[in-house]
Structures are given as C-alpha cells and as structure tokens.
Design a protein around this ligand. Sequence first.
Ligand code: NAD
Ligand code: UD1
Length: 339
Amino acid sequence: MNVLLAGGAGYIGSHTAVELLNSGHDVVIADNYSNSCPEAVRRVEELTGKTVRVYEADVRDHDAVRRIFTENKIDCVIHFAGLKAVGESVEKPVMYYRNNIDTTLTLLECMAEAGVKRIVFSSSATVYGEENEPPYTEEMPRGTCSNPYGWTKAMMEQILEDAAHADPALSVILLRYFNPIGAHASGRIGEDPQGIPNNLMPYVSQVAVGRRDHLTVFGDDYPTPDGTGLRDYIHVVDLAIGHVKAVEYAENHTGAEVFNLGTGTPYSVLEIVNTFRETNQIDVPYEIGPRRAGDLPSSYADAKKAEKILGWKAERNLADMCRDTWKWQSGNPMGYREG
Ligand code: NAD
Ligand code: UD1
C-alpha cells in the first residue's frame, strides 16, 4: 500500500516508516518539522535503502494536503501529527486544540475529497482517564483526562468515530499507545526531545550521557510494590510493527475500531532506572521528589485484542528497550543536531 504518514518525521513516525518500507509498502511523509527534522527522514532512507517522498507541510493546511493527495495515490493515512507535551498543553490549551483537532479535520476533509477510505490514528492510553482501573480493555468507556493534551486525543477519537459512522466505507483504526520507549537497534533513529524531556526514558538517557545531572523520581509513596509509578513501556519498534499490522488490517475493514498497543506488563520507575543501569553498565543518579500533578499510580494494557485480531504482540523486553535507547543516545548525545 501507499501510506501517507502525517507527522512521519517524528519519533514514532520515523520508526513506522522503516517498518512499512521493510514490509514492502511505500511511504509519503508530511511534516512541518515543528518537533522533528529532515535528518530523521534521511536516516530512514539510509536504513532501508529506499526513497521516501517528503512534503514540508502543515497538515492543517488544506491546499498543502490536497496537493499531496493529488500528486500521490494514497491508500491509507497514519495520523501522527500532533503536539504532545502534557505540561505545555496545560499552559497553552488553545494551541493544542487548534493544532491537534485541526490536523484531524483537514485530513478527514481532504481524504473525503480524494476518496481515501482508511485512517490509522495515534491515540493514547491517557483516554482511559482516572475512572478506569488497569489493565485497560478497549471496551472501557473513555474517562476524564487530566490535561488538554489528553482531551484532544479523546475528542479526536470521537470525531473519527463519528466520521466512520457517517461514511460506512471508511475504516478508522484508533491505536492507543501505552509508553513508547527505545530506538531502532541500529542507533541511527530515536527520540529527540527539544528542551527538558517530559518523559521518563529520555530523561534517564540524558542523565546517563551527562546532559542532566540527576533524575527526579516523581513520588515513592504510590500504592505500588516499590512506591513508584507503574507503566506499560513498549519498544518503539514493536509499536511501529503494530502500525504495519493495523494498515494491513484496514485494507479489508470498515467502521471504527480501537486497539491497545502495549505489552500488558507494567514496570516501576525504579525498575526502569535499575534495568537501564544494569543493561548499559552506566550510572543514573536519582533522587526522590514529590508526585507530579496529574500522574496515575498505575497504567497498563490488556493487550489481548491486538494479538487476537491484528496478530500482533510486542516481542522486545525491557533490557532491549534500555539497550537500544542507550545505543541511540550514546551515539547521538545531542540527538539529530550532530547528524
Ligand atoms: P513527535 O513529536 O516526535 O512526532 C509528531 C510529529 O508531528 C513531529 O514530527 C511534528 O513535527 C509533527 N507535527 C505536529 N504538528 C504538525 C502539523 N500541524 N503539521 C505537520 N506536522 C506536524 O511525537 P511522537 O512521539 O512520534 O508521537 C506521534 C503521535 O503519537 C502524536 O500524535 C502523539 O500525541 C501520539 N502519542 C505519543 C506518545 C508518546 O509517548 N510518544 C504516546 C501516546 C500517543
Ligand atoms: C505522560 C503523559 C501522558 C502521555 C505520555 C506519553 C502525564 C500526566 N501523562 O504519561 O498523557 O500520553 O506521557 O507522552 O504527563 N517520571 C519520573 N521522573 C521524570 C519523568 C517521569 O519519575 O522525570 C515517572 C512518572 O511519574 C511516571 C513514569 O515516570 O510514573 C512515566 O512518566 P512519563 O514518561 O512522563 O509517562 P506518563 O506519565 O505515563
């Protein structure tokens, strides 16, 4: 299939591009580089030996997206294009709603004009909200989100479900990611956050490489075995392969369907720190700090539906995630800026 990756130069998009190309699909990328850079796409081409058609474009821009659909016969869209920093979304909610919702609306409108009938969407476990108890299953109702970023995901799921309801020929696949970490095993592509990382693993790896002096563990008084938060960390390459399966499933599917992409096994913050240290034989100094506002004690998937229906299951373990993160971070201490 010919797959348009909106936001495809980013962390998850670039890894998905590699897996799609290696599975024999063609890839077109549209990205405005608001949180990424052309070097990531160059490395996707280097890793696969294949060419990617790239458009520097804002996915909210109808003319730009229309042009992509006119110049390429697109079979399926994967919509990664969004802003994702939770704290920033609390400070700049309108910017988050504008960017995340508008990209979705523009894609749906341009898909309708061009007769494109398949869309795979990057949703998040955050839509389970505060009411549901893990392990989360796909049929649980969406819950109350703790921040505007989370609400954009919940709203976009609703918009996409409504679009599928109105057009019976449409296939909408909502992928709820748990906590993607790790990098391509080559160490050539990986997560390259701008400024101070919000998420745990990039913070750990920046401490290890000497860019930050220590990690603050956000709370050790949760009702969990070691008191620190539990999350379902998933290797980004497993997640990327999940997208290949979703795109292939969408080929003969209509309606809207949700899949969790997680491992089903939670790990604590201290387990992450200790596995990173042991796997890579490198110290990660840390201190215990207060809880972070909005954090849940525990979040993990029931991962059975994706295995049963998509034939997909995460294969990589926590040591693989820590090793590959370090290969990327140690080889690219300043991310793509040294590329
Ligand atoms: P990322 O920031 O690395 O990638 C997003 C890409 O979208 C970037 O390349 C950015 O430049 C681009 N983009 C943003 N707005 C755009 C616009 N208006 N027009 C064109 N391009 C635009 O993030 P990621 O980690 O790869 O996440 C991809 C998607 O998955 C996002 O929608 C994110 O919310 C979602 N998600 C991520 C996580 C995670 O932990 N990384 C978890 C759950 C869901
Ligand atoms: C966060 C977002 C979530 C988003 C996800 C992926 C919040 C409240 N939630 O999830 O909406 O979908 O990122 O982008 O921000 N931790 C530390 N020290 C740190 C960083 C994190 O102890 O410096 C802990 C956290 O308290 C948590 C775990 O590590 O227990 C994972 O945190 P993080 O990587 O930010 O992911 P989430 O909180 O699951």
